[in-house]
Structure formats: C-alpha cells, structure tokens
Design a protein around this ligand. Structure first.
Ligand code: NDP
Length: 281
C-alpha cells in the first residue's frame, strides 16, 4: 500500500501554514506520508475534490476562499460543518467524502490545554464574542458544545451578528448586540474572544477598553502578531490571556489523526516551528 497523502486546497495557497504543521508532525513521528499544498481556483474546485477520490488522497484541509463553496461537493457533513456553515477538513473513506469544521474543536482544545480550570473561571458568566464570521461561529459552537450556555455577540455589521444568533440558537442563548456596546458587555463577561481580523498585521487595532473588566479570560484568534495589542492590554491589567496560535495547531489534530492514523505531538516545538514560518513571511 502506498504511503498516505493529504493536502490543503486554497487560492492563493502560499499563505497557509498547514504544510508546516502537518509536514512537521509527519517528520516528528517519522511517518511515511505526504502533505501537499494545492492552489485551486474557484472554477476548478469541483474537479479538485473529485481528484482527492480518484488519486487516493486520505483527505484535505480547505482554506480561503473555498470553505463554504466546498460544501456543495461532499457526500456527507458533520454537525460542526452544518452548524458553522463552513468546512475546513475533508476525510475520504471508501470513496466517500465527509466534511467537518475543526476550528471549534481547536479553540476549545487549546483553552483546555492552557486553562484546564476554564469552566470554573467562567462560572455562570456569559462569553463575549467579537465578530460574526466563520471563526466567531466556530468559537460559539465549540464553547456551546463544551457546555457554555450564554453568549453576547457584537459585530460591526449587526445583521451578521443577528444571523449568527439565529443560526446557533439551538445550541445556546445568544444575544446579538451593537458593536458600540462591546465595552459594556466585556465588563460582565467571564471570557472575551476577539474573532474579528482587527489586531492582525496590516489591520487596525481592536479598540476595547478592559478597565471595567473584573475577571475575564481574554482570547485573541489573531496569531500574527502572536502578542496582539488586546492580549498585551489584558496581561497589563492582570487578566489571563490566550493567543490564537494554539487554536491553529489544535484544529489540525482531527484531520491528521484521520489521515495518518497517529496522534500528533502538541509540544512547544510545534509553536516554535510555526512562529519561525510566520517570521519568514
Ligand atoms: P471573516 O472575514 O469571516 O470575518 C471577519 C470579522 O472581522 C467580521 O466579523 C468582520 O465584521 C470583522 N471586521 C473586519 N474588519 C473590521 C473592522 N474594521 N471593524 C470591526 N470589525 C471588523 O473572517 P474569519 O471569521 O474567518 O476570521 C476572523 C479572524 O480570526 C481572522 O483574523 C483570522 O485570521 C482569525 N482566525 C484564526 C484562526 C486560528 O486558528 N487561530 C482560525 C480562523 C480564523 P463585519 O461582519 O462587519 O465585516
């Protein structure tokens, strides 16, 4: 039997860290296997998915701009994909392709790894999620499945926050609120998550005062830079902080396990390898 292979499909593809992540894990474990990056334009997506089946790929990661469009080409979808409305991982089994979204799993797995007592820290307080794109949906879905019952979602475009709240209403109580009210909502929250692109290299900073926040865990999904102004402000206020790189690492776990049949190492060297790749950009 030939060595297992998987790939990441996106357009453009040069930005993705997935080959560094999965290729590094294959090397760490001394496994025979391959993980390739495929640049696929939107018009060629259906053919690329079919190629996975025909050419014996075990599966793929799906990245920008195909995370929603790929749903039309699958045989089945896990709940994570339909709830979040986007797919980032494909598994091919006996010619059938199943899509899932591992962002939710990645966020919660990183939170559990760094703050095993996060549930006690949160208590009955709500979670404030800033943003209403795919990443925000993943965070709400993942935390709701992990038992969180109440969310505030603040987004610049209020209709997207309202849509998120409606789409995920069966999983938790979600209150969509005006972007301008995010500071007030932060004061009551036990967990604050930046799921916007604000704070990312080349983007404006997220304006959020933490001065009225009593005791919240502050998370940023942005990982470039690793220490965002939000995380810096949290640490300066004595609040615990969680960066976005761990989510990126942990979201790769389910795909790697399914494709290569092994447990990927999650040690600090994996972070170091990704940070080195980011620094080369
Ligand atoms: P989307 O493009 O789907 O959503 C972007 C979000 O940012 C929207 O809520 C958007 O608001 C908001 N936003 C953008 N610009 C502004 C602005 N100037 N002011 C206020 N809000 C703004 O992206 P994703 O949901 O996929 O990703 C969001 C972030 O999360 C990105 O930085 C991405 O890199 C990161 N991410 C990290 C992951 C990880 O593993 N750590 C995984 C996935 C994403 P509006 O709706 O009004 O446009």
């Amino acid at each position: 039997m030939s060595a297992p292979k998987a790939c990441v499909i996106g357009h453009p593809i040069a930005h993705t860290l997935s080959p560094v992540l999965h290729g590094g894990w294959l090397k760490d474990l001394g496994l025979a296997g391959a993980y390739e990056a495929l640049d696929v334009a939107p018009a060629d997506l259906a053919a690329a998915v079919e190629r996975l089946r025909v050419e014996g790929y075990r599966g793929a990661n799906i990245t920008i701009p195909h995370k929603v469009a790929v749903r039309a080409h699958l045989d089945a979808e896990e709940e994570s994909a339909s709830a979040i409305g986007a797919v980032n991982t494909l598994v091919v089994e006996r010619g059938r392709i199943t899509g899932s979204n591992t962002d939710a799993f990645g966020f919660v797995a990183h939170l559990e790894a760094e703050f095993p007592r996060w549930r006690e820290m949160l208590g009955a307080t709500p979670v404030l999620v800033l943003g209403a794109g795919g990443a925000a949906r993943g965070v709400v879905y993942g935390l709701a499945k992990a038992g969180v019952r109440r969310f505030f979602v603040a987004n610049r475009s209020p209709d997207r926050a309202a849509q998120l709240a409606a789409d995920l209403a069966s999983f938790a109580t979600i209150e969509a609120m005006a972007w301008e009210d995010r500071g007030r909502a932060a004061e009551d929250a036990g967990l604050i998550v930046n799921a916007t692109s604000l704070g990312q290299k080349g983007e404006p900073d997220l304006a959020l005062s933490l001065s009225g926040v009593k005791s919240a865990l502050v998370c940023d999904l942005v990982y470039n830079p690793l220490e965002t102004p939000l995380l810096g402000a949290a640490r300066a206020s004595g609040l615990p902080a969680l960066d976005g790189l761990g989510m990126l690492i942990h979201q790769g776990g389910p795909g790697f396990r399914a494709w290569f049949g092994a447990e990927p190492p999650m040690g600090r060297h994996v972070r170091a390898r990704l940070l080195a790749a980011l620094a080369r950009r």
